[in-house]
Design a binder for this molecule. Structure first.
Ligand SMILES: [Zn+2]
Length: 396
């Protein structure tokens, strides 16, 4: 274990290249015998998947790999049935935000009666989370949502695509094995979009209303990490995608920036306990109405949401600007930095190229307005404001 770092904040996080090899020991320590491994269809085909599975030869493992796209309720129902049939005594969440959120929901539904959305956060007659929840260990394979250190699971209704949040502190995975080696092969587009999701968590948490100095400190340091790592990671991903080989020194830098992004994504999820804002409400609307990738939606909407907020929190923007450039003297420079970074990452400046059409506007505004993220935004966002923000994104 000497190359690995272990800390609790409050999740037990075991971190380091190759730390996935500790999965069997982690399950043994928890007394598990029959884990259910929840992942997505693509991960099952990656070269490290079979060796990881082989490392669990001592266990009676069942793999549930029917997660794809934005996670929906039927995936949870199928996974919970698989857990029940297998008599699973532990859940392994392996993947990006979708498999991790589905795994959390499966862990909940294994011993809780009724339907998943009976447990929706804030629902007046919500059922209580009061039954046992199996041991949950998470291995993130993207640096974006940070769901592996989060207490909620976001699952969409299959037909309406409405996003429902299931929240309970016991949905926090018991152990995270944060192995940045699993992120080394991510393609450039996924690296950029998930990285911008992490950045949006950090920025929105820092700007969110309320007094939360711990979240603020984590958020600023996370922004600094992203500023130093995201673009470099995407550049390496592009070169690898083009079939280029990296020199030994470049490989070392690639590993360092991937590890920094994994840190930053977990920091984003910890920081947004404070709250999020209008950008996430817009992104949730885009995912619901147009099935847009969450990170991509955040990346596109970031400058519009920040411009909406700049006037009410100029000092906060200046601190963000200084996190990416210590010599900055003006908060607006942070928005300029985001716009330039986004262009270099190849993320579109507006919604047109994403297949989002002006006729979607009314639905987007309605879903964004009903979303639970913007009440903590530093500036109140009305229906007319959301309309203006989306209109700007159509013309950008
Ligand atoms: Zn997000």
């Amino acid at each position: 274990m000497s190359d690995f770092v272990v800390y609790n904040y409050p999740t037990r996080i075991c971190q380091g290249f190759g730390v996935r090899d500790q999965l069997a020991a982690t399950l043994h320590a928890a007394g598990a015998r029959r884990p259910l491994l929840v992942t997505d269809r693509l991960i099952k085909m990656l070269p490290w998947f079979e060796p990881l599975l082989a490392s669990l030869a001592d266990f009676d493992v069942r793999v549930f790999a029917d997660v794809w796209g934005n996670p929906v309720e039927t995936q949870v129902i199928a996974g919970a049935a698989a857990a029940q049939a297998h008599g699973a005594d532990a859940i392994i969440a392996l993947g990006g935000g979708a498999p991790v959120d589905v795994a959390k929901a499966i862990a909940l539904m294994q011993h809780h009666p009724g339907k998943l959305f009976d447990y929706e956060d804030g629902k007046p007659d919500a059922r209580p989370v009061d039954q046992p929840i199996a041991f949950l260990v998470a291995l993130p394979t993207t640096a974006g949502t940070g769901s592996e250190v989060g207490r909620s699971s976001v699952i969409s209704h299959d037909i309406s695509k409405a996003k429902k949040i299931i929240f309970d502190p016991r949905l926090l995975p018991n152990v995270v094995l944060a192995d940045a080696e699993l992120t080394l092969g991510l393609p450039p587009g996924v690296t950029a979009a998930t990285g911008l999701d992490a950045l949006t968590h950090l920025v929105e948490a820092f700007l969110a209303r309320g007094h939360h100095p711990m979240a603020d400190g984590i958020a600023l340091e996370g922004v600094r990490l992203v500023a130093g790592a995201l673009e470099v990671a995407v550049d390496f991903a592009r070169r690898l995608d083009d079939g280029e080989a990296l020199s030994e020194e470049e490989e070392a830098v690639h590993r360092r920036v991937r590890a920094a992004m994994l840190d930053a994504s977990m920091m984003g999820a910890v920081a947004f306990q404070k709250g999020l804002g209008v950008i996430h409400s817009c992104a949730h609307a885009l995912s619901t109405v147009c099935d847009t990738h969450h990170g991509l939606a955040n990346g596109v909407m970031l400058p519009m949401g920040l411009r909406f907020n700049l006037a009410v929190a100029p000092h906060r923007f200046l601190r963000l600007a200084r996190a990416v450039d210590p010599g900055a003297t003006d908060g607006a420079a942070f928005i300029d930095w985001i716009v330039e970074l986004r262009a270099r990452l190849g993320i579109p400046a507006g919604l047109k190229s994403l297949g989002v059409k002006p006729e979607h506007l009314d639905d987007l505004v309605a879903v964004a307005l009903a979303d639970g993220c913007h009440p903590s935004n530093p500036r109140v966002c009305t229906e007319a404001d959301f309309k203006a923000i989306f209109e700007e994104a159509f013309t950008a």
